[in-house]
Design a protein around this ligand. Structure first.
Ligand code: ATP
Ligand code: MG
Length: 456
């Protein structure tokens, strides 16, 4: 990082505040000071570049932990370092749990303090970088196209074309990685709403109790922690399409609230009394069997019927293997266009190996395999040796095959591991806790395997 690090120091003791500011400035940082949590918030709200905040915990007025909580809402990416005196170490631990970056004990050791500031600023920089690259990647992926000529995928494409121009609610079903999100985008792209926003919400990521705030928005001050006005998803998607991903994970209480809007077409922003008119096309997405969830009492039957007006079932890749060559060609072209690959051809034996494999992770897994191949392959022809290596490394034997030539025990054990994990996830519909139980290991261990096999 070449620009100076911008730090905000918050402490109600003049001596501490001034000496930290001096220390930081002597080290080449740009430091601002605030003598209370309120003043700090005001400065942050005023905008301007800021990389790290350092705050005392016990101050008159707003406490350091309240300040942290507020900052988390306004600038979740801003790392905060907490200053602790004797007796407040436990509070510091609580702050760490609440999202503080780190803590420093008073009296402050200058060296240690400056190292921490640099680490925090670097962290902030990297988080920003990842975000920027992600959005670039998203843009590069360009307009969505559904590749495939199998009867199964043609049926899906036909259904999409039929339902897109209507305003009807669509329920997109299918296993993980089959292309459900792509289908939802395509419905939007081919609809009259195409020029308006497409907004996707992951229902599984909404904290309990925050459903209304997320979907309807809130006014500043309408509840503790609501420091700013927030636009809800219905308003964001106004005139366009609202894709409700992982709808099966929505809690019953939230389901009731969603149903009410879908039926009345009206909602109100939290903290506002007037009702607003909702104008969104809803596409719900799930990889769970919702009828089972209805039967088990986890999903409201009335909401299910409301969403299930037009179901579109996206087939698994194993049921449309004839599309594999086209998909491979499509992914190779995508990677070539990004300048990351020079593969132009694929050996017939490699194609055959891809066709024998049964793709528990569906198209996403195929895409990953091809991406790995573009990295590993040294020539401009994708060889069966490379494909075999990838399939053997990460995955077990295709069903019904004999042991073959690869007797490397470590590779084979790893392959089996990966396969068991995918199978457990499949049987538990992606529920990690249950999958861990299935495999007889604890959750942390399971998380380790997910990471190891790049499945998270
Ligand atoms: N028919 C297709 N043609 C081209 N690319 C596809 C197709 N189907 C899926 N993909 C690609 O495969 C990847 C996974 O697709 P997507 O995210 O839509 O799956 P999903 O069903 O939503 O998975 P999950 O249930 O895990 O969220 C994406 O990179 C997507 O672009
Ligand atoms: Mg998805």
């Amino acid at each position: 990082m070449s620009n100076p690090i911008q730090v905000l120091v918050v402490d109600d003791e003049d001596y501490v505040r001034n000496s930290l500011v001096d220390l930081l400035e002597a080290d080449g940082c740009v430091a601002q000071a605030a003598s209370s949590g309120e003043e700090a918030l005001e400065r942050v709200r005023a905008g301007g570049e800021l990389h790290v905040v350092v705050t005392d915990l016990s101050m008159g007025g707003m406490s350091g932990s309240t300040l942290l909580a507020q900052l988390q809402m306004i600038l979740p990416e801003l790392p905060a370092i907490v200053l602790t005196g004797v007796g407040t170490v436990r509070d510091a631990v609580a702050c760490m749990k609440a999202g503080a970056y780190d803590y420093v004990a008073k009296p402050v050791d200058p060296e240690e303090f400056l190292v921490l500031i640099r680490k925090a600023a670097e962290h902030r920089h990297l988080v920003g970088e990842v975000k920027r690259l992600r959005s670039q990647v998203d843009q590069l992926q360009g307009p969505s196209v559904i590749v495939g000529e199998s009867a199964a995928i043609r049926e899906v494409v036909r259904l999409i074309a039929d339902v897109a121009p209507t305003d009807a609610t669509v329920l997109v079903l299918g296993e993980s990685g089959t292309g459900k999100e792509l289908v939802a985008q395509e419905i939007h792209r081919l609809s009259d709403r195409a020029r308006k926003p497409f907004v996707r919400v992951n229902c599984g990521a909404i904290a309990e109790g925050l459903f209304e705030s997320e979907f309807f928005g809130h006014r500043r001050g309408s509840f503790t922690g609501a420091t700013e006005d927030r636009t809800g998803r219905f308003a964001e998607a106004h005139g366009g399409t609202l894709a409700l991903d992982e709808i099966g994970t929505l809690k019953l209480e939230a389901q009731a609230k969603l149903l009410r809007v879908l039926e009345s077409g009206e909602y109100s922003v939290v903290g506002e009394s007037k009702t607003r008119h909702s104008d969104v096309r809803v596409v719900a997405i799930t990889n769970e069997d919702l009828t089972t969830r209805v039967r088990d009492g986890h999903f409201r039957e009335d909401l299910f019927y409301r969403l299930n007006v037009l179901p579109i079932e996206v087939p698994q890749l194993a049921d449309r293997k004839s599309d594999i060559p086209l998909l491979v060609e499509h992914f190779l072209k995508t990677f070539r266009d990004k300048g990351r690959c020079r593969l132009v051809e694929i050996e017939p034996a490699a194609q055959a190996a891809l066709g024998r494999y049964d793709w528990p992770g569906n198209i996403r897994e195929l895409r990953n395999v091809i991406e790995r191949a573009t990295i590993l392959e040294r020539s401009d022809v994708l060889s069966s040796a490379t494909i075999d290596r990838i399939l053997n490394q990460g995955m077990a034997l295709p069903r019904g095959e004999t042991l073959g030539d690869n007797l490397n025990i470590r590779q084979r054990v790893e392959a089996l591991e990966r396969r068991l994990i995918l199978e457990a996830l499949k049987r538990t519909h992606g529920k990690k806790k249950e999958a861990a139980q299935y495999l007889g290991i604890d959750y942390r261990n399971f998380a380790y395997y997910l990471k190891k096999h790049e499945l998270s």
